[in-house]
Design a binder for this molecule. Structure first.
Ligand SMILES: [Zn+2]
Length: 453
């Protein structure tokens, strides 16, 4: 238990580190916890189905109250929310909070090309999301006075605002360097000596390269903890980045719609593999379903993450379909022993990201696994395009150590074994790929598809 006091914008209270919980009444038994979450999701659905202008006609409430009946409620998609916000500006008909009660407004980045979804938060909602984000920062060892370099820009997207609010609520010293160029971030890293760096996986790597080029190897810096979000990665990549910084890597999964999951204490590597991102128990009711059948997947199987967030009363959602492909991990399966379910670390992908190459369905993570399985590789970028003869070509640009021909041969062999695809490999000088990473919280895709799917 950790008691957090002090004069803060959002008060946190007493943290139960084992459960990732803030209320002493949250059940500690996994069966009771699931029943409590489902019960809370139902009462939210019933309230919205009776009174909310957006959900009144959408939710057909059955008489049963089990998990199967909950699935009959159907899902809310990003398209639904975007259209509602466009038709009922600015916050959509779901949002019935009074303007004077709204404490924060966030929107999705619009990078999917579908348009932007807008979410308003009242003071209770803000407290709930700050507590949810604080769970993972506390699990990563951040406390009052911990120095944190936050490389994610703070604008209107959720990540920067929520991370910053949670870190400040804990009492960390936050350096919000997001808007500065990388060279300036390196200078501030030297000057402020942060113990923690927060960013995307590729940005943390870019910062490492920039430190090295400035004659300041990251392993010699004050940084002992890295926290990343927004991109898949593999075990060899984690080992390499941890060695490069001399730090332990933690991961957060999160979306603006409040599906949040965090690495437990000890970091993302558990034993010889990547661990689990646990769902904070008070954050919502989480489901992982087969997108074709709508039925729940079994432990260790992949499916779409569906969230019914709690503490999102100003802009409520019931069964929001995230479009994220995750691997479901049952509670108790993590080596930490916590009675909290979750998803496999490093593996979250967008369903939209699946590529069809020469008739073969391939996920970007399959390339990550195959390329990073060659341990001398430090980074790569892939590209699929159609040449003048109408042939689909796959090019992989790689950085790494060792003889270029040997490195190229190892990468093409590994990719061929994993995917069945023949690829062209080009070796790049060290630092080339990192310098191409833009500033900010950009969810970099290592693979670019230049053909229609
Ligand atoms: Zn765990």
């Amino acid at each position: 238990m950790t008691t957090l006091t002090g004069d803060r914008e959002v008060r946190l209270g007493v943290f139960d580190e084992w459960m990732g919980a803030w209320s002493p009444s949250t059940p500690r038994d996994q069966g009771e916890l699931t029943a409590w979450q489902l019960d809370r999701a139902w009462s939210q659905a019933v309230t919205l189905g009776r009174g909310n202008p957006f959900y009144r006609d959408r939710l057909k409430l059955p008489t049963e109250r089990d998990s199967g009946a909950f699935r009959t409620l159907g899902v809310t998609t990003k398209q639904d929310v975007v259209e509602d916000c466009a038709e009922n500006p600015p916050y959509g008909s779901r949002t019935i909070a009074e303007a004077a009660d709204i404490r924060m407004v966030v929107h999705t980045s619009g990078s999917s090309g579908q348009g932007m979804a807008v979410y308003a938060l009242d003071s209770a909602d803000l407290e709930a999301i700050v507590r949810t984000e604080a769970v993972g920062f506390l699990w990563a060892g951040i406390r009052e006075g911990t120095r944190v370099l936050l490389t994610i820009p703070i604008g209107m997207t959720a990540a920067g605002l929520w991370y910053s609010a949670a870190l400040r609520a804990i009492g960390a010293n936050v350096f919000s360097v997001g808007p500065y160029p990388t060279e300036r971030k390196v200078e501030l890293l030297r000057q402020f000596q942060p113990e923690v760096v927060v960013g995307t996986p590729t940005y943390v790597q870019r910062l490492a390269v920039a430190c090295e080029e400035a004659g300041f190897p990251p392993v010699s810096s004050s940084v002992k903890t890295l926290i990343v979000a927004g991109q898949a990665f593999s075990l060899p990549w984690v080992r390499a980045i941890e060695a490069r910084w001399g730090a332990t890597l933690y991961e957060q999964y999160g979306c603006t719609e409040r599906a949040i999951a965090w690495t437990c204490p000890g970091g993302v590597i558990k034993g010889d593999s990547l661990g689990v991102l646990h769902f904070p128990p008070e954050a919502g009711y989480y489901e992982v379903i087969d997108p074709d059948s709508g039925e729940p997947v079994g432990p260790g199987e992949t499916g779409e993450l569906i969230i019914t967030p709690f503490g999102a009363d100003a802009s409520p959602l019931v069964r929001y379909a995230t479009g994220d492909r995750v691997r479901w991990i049952a509670s108790g399966a993590c080596s930490c022993g916590r009675p909290l379910a979750g998803i496999a670390a490093g593996e979250v992908e967008r369903y939209d990201d699946m590529m069809k190459i020469r008739g073969v369905n391939v996920w970007p993570a399959s390339f990550d696994q195959a390329v990073f399985a060659v341990e001398t590789v430090s980074d790569y970028r892939g590209r699929v395009w159609v040449d003048d003869d109408g042939t689909e070509r796959v090019e992989i640009r790689v950085e790494g150590v060792g003889h270029p021909n040997a490195l190229a041969g190892a990468v093409s062999g590994s990719v061929h074994r994993a995917t069945g695809l023949r690829v062209e490999v080009k070796i790049e000088p060290a630092g080339t790929l990192a310098r191409e990473v833009p500033e900010g919280f950009v969810k970099i895709k290592r693979f670019q598809v230049e053909i229609l799917r």
